[in-house]
Every structure is written in structure tokens, then in C-alpha cells.
Design a protein around this ligand. Structure first.
Ligand SMILES: [Zn+2]
Length: 430
């Protein structure tokens, strides 16, 4: 069910800048936004006053949401051991349609409560993820993972690629589900599969979502094998475009960053995952200087261990300032775009923006709470002082999904029982 909203004389962040103004919606669409003035026919206000912040729903551009089940199962391990000794065996045992639906929805609840209204996923049984997303009321850019061997979904790579095309066709006009191509990585997905997926991405104009240059070991092995760095080779293959989502991109050099900027690649920067797995620190300040579009994302809960993308953005800013020895890099206003309009550029359809005629994916924040007020700099207040507890409400496609820390769309007690049952089985297997 959708409602008409009227935010009267509030603080607005539209995904680009902060201003005082009013905003109305009609069902799933934002109808008017005016600066410093009331909208005459707005009716009774949903909320009013300077201590109300209205912002676009945030976008988490890289995650594996069913992995929420594996939170904390593989701590203090390097990526290779984390993946091969812990995650792959657990996935072989536990991935199922049911697991993807239940653990996926549990992760979606966490995201909605943190003001995230859209996420880009890469996992298996993505139609289950899609169904769970529609039920709870969050937009999902789904991508069935393509690896060189038969995946936990029971499909070989060619079958998964054919299935990706089916998903692209099935959901092409869906207001909640946005299919993507999702090859795992250059080291787990052969070039013939990458090229086949790129054809699908081109045909349906959908994103191509992949892990790139995550660890030094991966980058060095790739260079040794092909004599080139990853983005150089990918450019030769014609894989890079403005629909390309490059998760991580930690080990990239200046030439690669130039190529990324020229081709309009979007980086999904995941600082917690990179730090926890000891992968390193992506050169984000340098990427921005060279004109690369950067988004901040959480990665999956097995490596982060949470899906709060604003917290991740805060970490991104602090780590870049600290490592650059330069507090002027990544100003708060720019960092907030990395969880709103920058990921929106690759997903399209007004993700991460509040615009007239755009989607009513709206987060209302208490800007007068103890942790946040006094607000002398709204961007800094939101980035450095807020927490999910300050979120008053969340609407996605005009449907209210969150109110004061409660999910309104699904029975969370029942969902908790289901996740408890699955996690008990995981604990027995550890
Ligand atoms: Zn990942």
C-alpha cells in the first residue's frame, strides 16, 4: 500500500546537495520539490521543521545478502583461506532456495532499518532473493553468480548464463527487481563466460557486476598469467562500460584508473571487507581525482559483518583522510553521494536521488536527536553523527517499510525463528 507524503519546510538532501524545502509524493512517485517555500496544495504534513531530514533511500552497490547466515563464521583469515577453507564448504552444505530466501530477507531487514532501499546482490537462487525483496519492500538488483564450475544452484556456467538472460527478460519492467550479470571474478570466471555475459548486459542494458583486483595475490597472479593488469585486459576485451560495477578495485594502478574513468566504470568500494580480510586500502582519493565514479558498499556479512552502508561510508572517509594524510579528501557531501547518487548512476531509474517524477524511495531522519544535534553542517551530521536509531521512517516505491526501528512489512518474530533454525544448523557444522 502506498501513501501520499508531504514534508513541509524540512531539511532535504536530494542525493546531490542539502537545502531547506518541501516535498510531496503521490504513491510511488515524487511529485514536487520546492526550495524554501511551502507547497500550497500539500495537505496535512507528514512531518515538518528543520529537525526533520528527508533523503533518498541509500543504495548498497555490492553485497551477497544470503551470506548474512554466515556472519562471523570465518574470522581472522586471509581471503584465499576465508573463501576456500571456510566459505565454499559451508556454502556447499547450506545454500538452498530456503536459505537464500530466509537469510536474504533477514539481511534485507537489516538494510531497510539502516535506510538502504536498494542493493546489488551477487549470489545464487536469486529469484528467491527477488521474492523476499518484493515481500519486505526493498529494491534488488539481482545477479546469479557465474563461476567456472557447477555452482551451488546446481547449474553449470553456460546454464547460469542462459538463466541470467531469462531473468533479464522476466524482470525487465519490474519496479522492484533489476537483473544484473554477475560473473564472480577474473580468477573464477573464464573470459568466454565474461564475454557471453557482456553480450547479455549490452542487449538488455543491465549492469555487469564483478569482483575486481581485490587482493595483491590476485593482481600479481593475473599479471603473471596474462602479462597485463585486470582493467587493461578487460578494456581490450570490450567489457568495460558505464554499466560495469567493479567491486573492491583495491590493487589498481594509475593507468587502470584512467581507463576506468574513461569507460565510466563504477567502483563499489568496500573498506570494512578489505580491511578485515587484510586485502588493503583502495586508492579512492586518487580515483576521485582521476574522475572515477565511486560508490561505497558493504560486501556480504561474512566479511564485514554488517550491512549498514552509511557506517561504511563514514569508515571510507576516515580511512582515506588518514592514509592520504590529508583531511581535505572525501568531504562529507561527496561521501554521501557514494551511497546515493553515485551508485544510482549505474543502476539508473532515479536510484539514490530525489527528483520530481522519480521514485518515492525516501528516508526520514530525526535531525534533532541527541547524537546528531546541534546541526551546524548537515552533511557532517548525517555522515559522522547519525545512526540507524535516528531513522524515523523509510518508504520504498511509496510503500512504508520501516517506522521507528520496526519493519512493517513482514512478521519479524516469525522470520527470526526461521533464521535461528538455520543458524543452529550452521553452528553444529562448524
Ligand atoms: Zn563480494
Amino acid at each position: 500500500m502506498t501513501t501520499k507524503l508531504y514534508f513541509k519546510e524540512v531539511t532535504i538532501f536530494d542525493g546531490a546537495e542539502f537545502f531547506r524545502g518541501s516535498l510531496t509524493t503521490d504513491g510511488a512517485t515524487v511529485t514536487r520539490i520546492v526550495r524554501s517555500g511551502e507547497i500550497p496544495d500539500g495537505g496535512n504534513p507528514t512531518a515538518t521543521g528543520e529537525a526533520v531530514l528527508v533523503m533518498p533511500g541509500m543504495v548498497n552497490l555490492h553485497t551477497h545478502v544470503p551470506m548474512t547466515l554466515f556472519k562471523g563464521v570465518a574470522e581472522d583469515l586471509p581471503l584465499k583461506d576465508w573463501l576456500e577453507k571456510r566459505i565454499f564448504p559451508l556454502e556447499a552444505q547450506f545454500i538452498s532456495r530456503e536459505m537464500c530466501r530466509i537469510a536474504g530477507q533477514w539481511g534485507m531487514a537489516e538494510m531497510l532499518l539502516a535506510g538502504v532501499t536498494a542493493f546489488a546482490d551477487m549470489y545464487f537462487f536469486e529469484e528467491e532473493v527477488a521474492a523476499a525483496a518484493k515481500e519486505i519492500g526493498i529494491k534488488a538488483a539481482i545477479g546469479e553468480g557465474v563461476i567456472n564450475f557447477p555452482a551451488p544452484n546446481g547449474l553449470n556456467p553456460d546454464e547460469t548464463i542462459a538463466y541470467t538472460a531469462e531473468l533479464a527478460e522476466k524482470y525487465k519492467d519490474d519496479p522492484w527487481i533489476f537483473p544484473c550479470c554477475a560473473p564472480h571474478s577474473p580468477y573464477l570466471t573464464d573470459e568466454k563466460y565474461l564475454l557471453a555475459l557482456a553480450d547479455i548486459a549490452r542487449k538488455y542494458r543491465i549492469p555487469f557486476h564483478i569482483h575486481m583486483a581485490e587482493t595483491r595475490h590476485e593482481q600479481e597472479a593475473y599479471l603473471k598469467q596474462l602479462g597485463k593488469r585486470e582493467f587493461v585486459r578487460f578494456d581490450e576485451l570490450g567489457l568495460l562500460s558505464e554499466r560495469f560495477i567493479a567491486a573492491h578495485s583495491v590493487w589498481v594502478d594509475e593507468r587502470e584508473m584512467d581507463i576506468m574513468a574513461t569507460r565510466g566504470v563504477t567502483v563499489a568500494h568496500c573498506p570494512s571487507s578489505n580491511l578485515k580480510l587484510g586485502s588493503g586500502i583502495a586508492p579512492v582519493a586518487e580515483m576521485l581525482r582521476l574522475g572515477v565514479n565511486v560508490a561505497v558498499a558493504t560486501d556480504g556479512s561474512a566479511s564485514n559483518n554488517n550491512l549498514d552502508v552509511l557506517k561504511e561510508a563514514q569508515l571510507a572517509a576516515k580511512v582515506q583522510k588518514g592514509t592520504a594524510h590529508d583531511p581535505t579528501v572525501l568531504p562529507a557531501g561527496e561521501v554521501l553521494k557514494m551511497v546515493t547518487s553515485n551508485p544510482g548512476k549505474v543502476l539508473g531509474r532515479s536510484f539514490g536521488r530525489l527528483t520530481e517524477g522519480g521514485g518515492a524511495d525516501i528516508v526520514q531522519v530525526h535531525f534533532g536527536s541527541c547524537g546528531i544535534a546541534p546541526v551546524h553542517d548537515p552533511a557532517a551530521a548525517l555522515l559522522y553523527a547519525s545512526s540507524p536509531a535516528d531513522i524515523a521512517a523509510v518508504w520504498v516505491n511509496g510503500r512504508k517499510t520501516v517506522e521507528e526501528g520496526r519493519i512493517l512489512t513482514v512478521d519479524m518474530t516469525a522470520l527470526k525463528k526461521e533464521i535461528d533454525r538455520l543458524s543452529a544448523a550452521v553452528r553444529r557444522a562448524l
